[in-house]
Design a protein around this ligand. Structure first.
Ligand code: NAG
Ligand code: NAG
Ligand code: NAG
Ligand code: NAG
Ligand code: NAG
Length: 456
């Protein structure tokens, strides 16, 4: 070793000794000192080294945790008044899709069945039911129970006969909504039909309360022009001009508790039901955000006839601080409005994204889509003989099979994370039946009797 190097080492060790004896870091002092034994020095060095390693591991863990989940959910300390919120949308789907006063489906279907059967037996083809009626029946069967979709159904021998414009026809044969919703109102606003729209869902024709309009929901330039997905309650041709645009506003929450209740009175007409085309009785109800396009197959509440359903809502508002925009969406596990543009929907939220994903998947798998799915003018709506395909596509997309091929996971590719600001509603449901009420008879029979007694 040269003199220079020796000098360097001596200088460095002097510096180290000086640093150690003067440092305020605990323990370092014991590394040096002529009076201390090597054993003590080594012990202290080991302890110091171990604590450094311990710190390092903890820092690593903290970093990993932050890296995996940089977002923490906390309860907001600032309460928000409830009247700043928009009232949620309520979508009600009657199970009865076809009124027998418009088209006697049972009668026509049975006649056709009989005649077809005879024609098969006697090898002559005298079928008196006209093509128009057969087309209508095929349109109606889209809504009937799944049994009709059995591929042995004789109606599939009439595949060459065209169906009428499905949506228009189904709107025409549905029960008159003004008779179905006899009352709808709230303490704050009694003109509740102003907020009602006719919506197309996978359950057919439904009625949505307090949802945004078609123009706000969809990109009009991509969508076909054949029919509308959301139509104002009064926009069906006759009378009632679309008024000054005040109706475009959504209803705000008027307050809390039963005082701010919104009520619907729905009437069921047992005599108008076509008994061969029923899937059940009553209604399906979905409560959702006004910007979400309803999908009743995902979740719904069943309301049967002669029942009162009371639903208390507790909003769960989730907001994401704008500072998190600098993290990737995968890290924060949510999308801000502009980050994941959808093709058909203007507004991003998880449900709309999944619906669009389902539409893409259905189109890819079947070559056609269900009429309630948004589509371009180049895409056709599935005909009756293909109608089983969208149902299967749905099951295939959303139901995770045990042995699933991950490389082929379409839903994952759609990347439908939740929206960064969203409202979820926790529901408290009470249900009671009217029939019990009727059993408890009061001593005074009718209201008129009571009135007469009071006036005496
Ligand atoms: C439908 O046709 C059947 C058989 O002809 C008949 O009994 C029934 O009353 C008809 N229904 C209506 C609402 O016209
Ligand atoms: C053809 O069918 C009708 C019933 O629709 C039947 O009355 C008639 O006898 C049949 N004709 C022949 C030749 O089988
Ligand atoms: C779809 O719409 C575009 C633009 O309006 C039009 O050019 C095109 O021919 C339409 N396609 C079909 C299949 O109708
Ligand atoms: C998953 O699907 C892809 C494409 O269909 C295929 O190439 C691959 O072998 C499949 N993997 C498994 C484990 O089945
Ligand atoms: C559906 O397909 C269209 C066109 O291929 C695409 O632009 C859109 O992003 C797709 N939607 C989703 C949710 O993946």
């Amino acid at each position: 070793m040269s003199i220079g190097a020796k000098l360097m080492v001596a200088r460095a060790s002097a510096l180290f000794e000086e640093y150690c004896s003067e440092s305020s870091v605990h323990g370092v002092r014991f590394f040096v000192g002529k009076q201390r034994s090597v054993c003590v020095k080594l012990t202290w060095l080991t302890v110091f080294g171990l604590s450094l390693i311990g710190c390092g591991i903890m820092i690593q863990q903290a970093y990993n945790k932050w890296d995996r989940t940089p977002v923490i959910v906390t309860l907001s300390e600032v309460p928000t008044p409830v009247w700043d919120m928009t009232f949620p949308a309520v979508t009600i789907c009657p199970e009865i899709k076809v009124s027998n006063t418009v088209f006697n489906f049972t009668d026509q279907f049975e006649t056709l069945h009989r005649e077809w059967y005879w024609a098969q037996q006697n090898s002559n083809n005298t079928i008196t039911v006209d093509d128009d009626s057969i087309g209508k029946m095929k349109a109606i069967i889209h809504h009937c129970s799944g049994i009709y979709m059995n591929d042995k159904n004789f109606i599939f021998n009439f595949n060459h006969i065209l169906e009428p414009n499905l949506v228009d026809f189904l709107k025409k044969v549905s029960l008159d909504r003004r008779n179905v919703f006899t009352m709808c109102g709230s303490t704050s606003d009694t003109r509740c039909t102003n907020y009602m729209q006719v919506a197309l869902t996978n359950e057919g024709i439904c009625y949505s309360f307090n949802m945004i309009a078609q123009e706000e929901m969809f990109h009009a330039d991509v969508l076909h022009k054949e029919y509308k997905y959301l139509e104002r309650w009064d926009e069906d041709g006759k009378g009632m001009p679309a008024s000054d645009g005040t109706n475009d506003e959504l209803l705000k929450v008027a307050g809390s508790g039963l005082d701010a209740v919104i009520g619907f009175n729905i009437i069921h007409y047992p005599l108008k039901i076509d008994t061969s085309c029923v899937r059940g009785r009553g209604y399906k109800v979905l409560i959702h955000e006004p910007t979400v396009y309803p999908d009743l197959s995902k979740r719904n509440i069943r309301l049967s006839v002669s029942q009162t359903l009371t639903v208390a809502l507790k909003p769960n508002i989730m907001m994401t601080s704008p500072e998190l925009t600098k993290y990737s969406a995968q890290k924060r596990q949510c999308y801000f409005d502009h980050e994941h543009p959808l093709r058909f929907f203007r507004l991003y939220n998880q449900d709309n994204c999944e619906l669009e994903c389902l539409t893409n998947y259905t189109l890819q798998r079947c070559g056609c889509v269900h009429f309630s799915m948004p589509h371009t003018n180049e895409t056709r709506v599935c005909l009756l003989e293909e109608a089983h395909c969208p149902t299967e596509a749905r099951g295939h997309l959303f139901i995770r099979k045990q042995r699933r091929n991950d490389t082929n996971d379409y839903l994952q590719r759609c990347d439908c994370l939740p929206a960064c600001s969203s409202v979820r509603f926790d529901l408290q449901i009470t249900q009671d039946s009217h029939s019990e009420e009727r059993e408890v008879r009061t001593t005074i029979e009718t209201q008129e009797d009571l009135l007469a007694k009071l006036q005496l």
